[in-house]
Design a protein around this ligand. Structure first.
Ligand code: PLP
Length: 375
């Protein structure tokens, strides 16, 4: 049943299928040029009600924990890649029957689980290339003392008897194709003895190939050349690039308070519904805002945390109670991190189809909140 936008109760997410398809068409172009396979990083986006749109474009899913493996296998299909920073034996038992590839984060994890997994899936190892492009240290996998992946000096040729693939993940929202190619060259030069004998190599996520004017052809050609040089099947693990600019978090103004500045309080909170705003200190952008507006507001959240604000921005007209605001680009690393802090109402999730129909993917109530905290 199709719904009408102005009857929807805030807070809610609305994902736009047409925008998603725009990104997926770019992914398809990249696959065609490069020959690389693309698996969706579920850690970024797991809203499986949209997977009927995504499935025809991508080759499968990759994961960062056991439940993502199960979700990818059940709701997406195609190739299921399993990776985790640390697998217990119980995790491995759960993951093993569902995975096409299992990628270990350390040599000790590989040793621990090798015998148990060797006939179940193609095994891989995460490598730390000691080089990265990431805006913030918190998200830099090659940061000092990083626990993510094995450094080159610990690798030995005997490893090739156990693994068929390597995984490198060292980019975060990298929009600079030349910076990526520099890392690719570094990997090619430093790991060629291994690459020439491996079957597959995943270059992780974090390549922002759907960013406006990103030179997809140049990226595709570089990947293809690499793949031919080392005779290896390449994979990418995009998350954000697939889902960027496809969803708004829609909120309502509940109150307006003044303390030197005006704060519009909305029925949502960064801490509960848009955590990366807080963690990475990256203010949200609001569709209704105007660069030249003369009415300035802090958009404040409904949580108890004093510094919990979405952004400070300007509007052409004063805000009013009941007004809806659209916090743009709220899909990646957002819906997967929702929590019940302060017992706030959880946003519903809607999907606006290409034909304009709006479908409800899910809504949540008090019973869901209660169930997360006890029986
Ligand atoms: C191993 C791995 N693969 C893929 C991704 C997805 O990255 P992105 O969403 O930036 O494309 C991440 C993100 O942290 C990652 O750690």
């Amino acid at each position: 049943m199709s719904l009408h936008r102005n009857t929807l109760n805030t807070p809610y997410f609305i994902i736009n299928e047409a925008s998603l398809i725009d990104n997926l068409e770019k992914a398809k172009q990249l696959k065609t040029i490069s020959g690389a396979k693309l698996v969706l990083a579920l850690k970024c986006f797991s809203t499986w009600g949209t997977f009927d749109t995504i499935k025809p474009y991508l080759d499968g899913t990759t994961s960062s924990g056991p439940y993502e493996v199960k979700l990818g296998h059940e709701t997406f299909g195609g190739e299921t890649h399993a990776y985790s920073v640390g697998y217990s034996t119980a995790d491995i038992e759960a993951v093993k029957p569902l995975s096409d590839k299992i990628i270990f984060n350390s040599l000790s994890q590989l040793d621990t689980h090798y015998e148990n997994c060797k006939n179940a899936a193609s095994l891989g190892l995460r490598i730390n290339p000691e080089m990265s492009v990431a805006g913030q240290d918190l998200a830099n996998p090659a940061r000092q003392y990083s626990r993510l992946g094995v450094k080159q000096n610990l690798l030995t040729p005997a490893l090739l008897e156990k693994v068929e693939g390597f995984m490198f993940h060292m980019n975060c929202e990298n929009k600079d194709v030349d910076a990526f190619i520099a890392i690719l060259d570094h990997i090619s030069e430093n790991f060629s003895d291994y690459l020439n004998q491996l079957k597959w190599l995943s270059l992780g996520g974090g390549i922002f190939f759907t960013y406006p004017n990103y030179p997809i052809e140049k990226l595709g050609a570089a990947l293809k050349a690499f793949s031919q040089k080392h005779n290896i099947q390449l994979y990418l693990e995009p998350g954000e690039a697939i889902i960027t600019r496809t969803a708004d978090l829609v909120v309502s103004v509940i109150d307006i308070v003044e303390n030197e500045k005006q704060t519009a309080i909305v029925d949502s909170a960064t801490e509960a519904h848009r955590l990366d705003t807080l963690i990475y200190n990256e203010p949200a952008s609001i569709r209704e805002a105007s660069d030249n507006g003369t009415h300035s507001y802090i958009i404040g959240s409904c949580s108890c945390l004093a510094g919990d604000t979405f952004c400070e921005t300007q509007f052409d007209q004063p805000l009013y109670i009941g007004q809806k605001l659209h916090l743009m680009d709220s899909a990646g690393y957002t819906m997967v991190k929702l929590n019940w802090f302060n017992g706030l109402k959880m946003p519903s999730i809607y999907y606006q189809r290409v034909n304009g129909d709006i479908e409800l993917l899910n809504e949540f109530g008090y019973e869901d909140f209660k169930r997360t905290l006890g029986k």
